[in-house]
Structure formats: C-alpha cells, structure tokens
Design a protein around this ligand. Structure first.
Ligand code: BTN
Length: 302
C-alpha cells in the first residue's frame, strides 16, 4: 500500500532538506528517497529518533554510499536495490555480528527466488554469483551504556546494471542480476521478497539464535574449505577457512597447524575458489568441516 505522504528527514545534516515517500510493506514502514548521501546515515538518524525494528530506508541513488573498510558503494540511479533496515533485536552484544550473516542468508535466498540463480555467501556477507560480487552488506551498531541500542543493516544489490555501469576498477570481480540472469529484475519485487524472507528467518533466528543461523549460513556459504587470504595491517596471511564460530567469526587454519578466529577482517578467497557449479562442491566442503574441523573446534577462539 502506497501512501502519498511526504516526510521531512530532520536528522541527517546533508540530507536535511530531502523528502521521502513512506509506504507500508508487510507491517513495516519503508521510507523511499530519490537521492541521499547514504541510506545507512538516514536509517541511523531515524533510529535515533525512535523508528521501530524492521523500518526500511530505500533510495534510488546514493551520493556517498558506504562500504566496508571505508570503501564507497557506487551504483547508478535506479539500477540497484539500496536499502538499510533498522533492527532492535533483544539479543546479547556478542550475537550482534550474526545479524550481518543473517542478512547474507536472506539476500542469497531472495536472489534465488527472484531469478533462479544460485548465489553464495563469501564470509562474512558478500553475495557472489558465479564468483562475482553482486551484493555487499554493511552493518552499523549503536551502543548505549554497553548495550545495543539499534543496528542498521545496509544492503546494496546490483540489480539492473549492464557491464559498463559497473565500477570500472572492479568490472572483472562484480556483476549484477541482469548480467547473470539475462533479464531485468523488478527492484520492488525484490524488496517485497527480501522483506518476507527476512521476517521468516529473523523470527527463527531470535528463537534459536546461533544454531539456526549456522545451518542456514552453511547451506549458502562458498567460503569454508577454501584457501583464504586475510589482510592484516601491512601483510597478508594465507590459510584455509574451516568454520564459523558461535559469534560469527571465521575460523582459519594455517599451514603450521595453528588456527585463529577473524571477526571483521578483509578476506579474499583463493584463486581456486570458483567452481563452475558450486552446488557440486558443497557437500564435500561441509563434510570436511564437520568431520575434521568442527570436532576440533569447540568454542570461540581469540
Ligand atoms: C560492502 O560490501 O563493502 C558493503 C556495501 C554496503 C552498501 C549498502 S548500499 C545501501 C546501504 N547504504 C550504504 O551507505 N551502504 C549500504
């Protein structure tokens, strides 16, 4: 249902004069903008003013879209699904990073449902199709007196970009749903699917937390069992990704047998990571991690 009511956004300096259209989707408020600096910034400002769990901010274009590690997220107007969702889960602080993993699970399933493509999750939450990134997720937290006040889960999906519209410096490593599926995808249909799939997974996650998320994430991941490179300050570590920890960290085993947990590092998959159909590789990856690595690993590693 669309409401032709326009709202002034008062919180965000640069976006102060911007107006949004507000619609209701499956019981949640969705604020739709034409152009903002970053939907995450708008969502943070709405959240700080009390917007409820599940509120979504959507924009056709971002002038300063934020990526992980201070990178920019660039997408031409009207070609991507650029959204930020406000979350206020009643979970302990340690479990907050799991929300980004959950976002990855929901996006992967939404993509599969809308265009029949198998999308895989690269830890923690990049979504890849045929080895190329189609979606990135940036979660930002706000804490008050040590407790999580709210989380903003920012999601950028490349929907209808052609090859020339992808950022020139990463044309070989990124893609869009249009390029992979060969047909245009409705961003609004994708939003509706995302919204309903999110509700289902979020409910289960809140009920059973890590065990539920773990099984969902494992079923969609393309990271475990692969060689990974981890950027650490000025050097790069190479090992094998073997598991995710209860708090969503990546467990990596190194050639000398040592293992470590990584929580927010920049991880790349090795060259041999991409299989023509990764469906084929999944059972052995999971079998590997269960028989060898899962048994050895019992709890968070620091
Ligand atoms: C990454 O892969 O580095 C994360 C990219 C996240 C981009 C999305 S687009 C919508 C939301 N608003 C932002 O400013 N960033 C996120």
């Amino acid at each position: 249902m669309v409401n032709n009511i326009y709202y002034e956004n008062k919180g965000e300096n640069k976006d102060r004069s911007l107006r949004s259209k507000k619609i209701y989707l499956r019981g949640r408020d969705v604020y739709i903008y034409r152009e903002v600096s970053s939907t995450n910034s708008i969502a943070k400002s709405l959240a700080a003013n009390g917007a409820p769990d599940g509120t979504i901010v959507l924009s056709r274009f971002q002038t300063a879209g934020k990526g992980r590690f201070q990178r920019q997220w660039v997408c031409p107007p009207g070609k991507g699904l650029l959204l930020s969702m406000i979350l206020r889960p009643n979970i302990d602080r340690q479990s907050i990073p799991l929300l980004t993993l959950l976002g990855g699970v929901v996006v992967a399933e939404s993509i599969q449902r809308i265009c029949g493509l198998k999308a895989g999750i690269k830890w923690p939450n990049d979504i890849l199709i045929n080895g190329r990134k189609v979606c990135g997720i940036l979660a930002q937290n706000s804490f008050s007196r040590g407790n999580s006040e709210f989380v903003v889960l920012g999601i950028g999906i490349n929907v209808n970009l052609n090859r020339e519209q992808l950022p020139a410096d990463c044309r070989e490593t990124t893609t869009s749903l249009l390029l992979e599926a060969g047909f245009k995808v409705s961003r609004f249909e994708l939003l509706k699917l995302f919204s309903s799939i999110w509700d289902r997974h979020y409910r289960c996650f809140l009920q059973s937390s890590h065990s539920y998320l773990r099984s969902q994430w494992l079923a969609n991941n393309i990271t475990l069992g692969r060689e990974v490179s981890i950027k650490k300050d000025t050097h790069t570590l190479r090992g094998k990704a073997v598991d995710i920890s209860p708090r969503g960290g990546l467990i990596v085993v190194f050639p000398d047998g040592s293992r470590n947990e990584y929580l927010a590092e920049d991880v790349s998959l090795g060259k041999e990571e991409y299989y023509a159909g990764f469906e084929h590789s999944k059972p052995s990856i999971l079998a590997d991690s269960k028989t060898n690595d899962e048994q050895k690993f019992s709890g968070p590693v620091s």
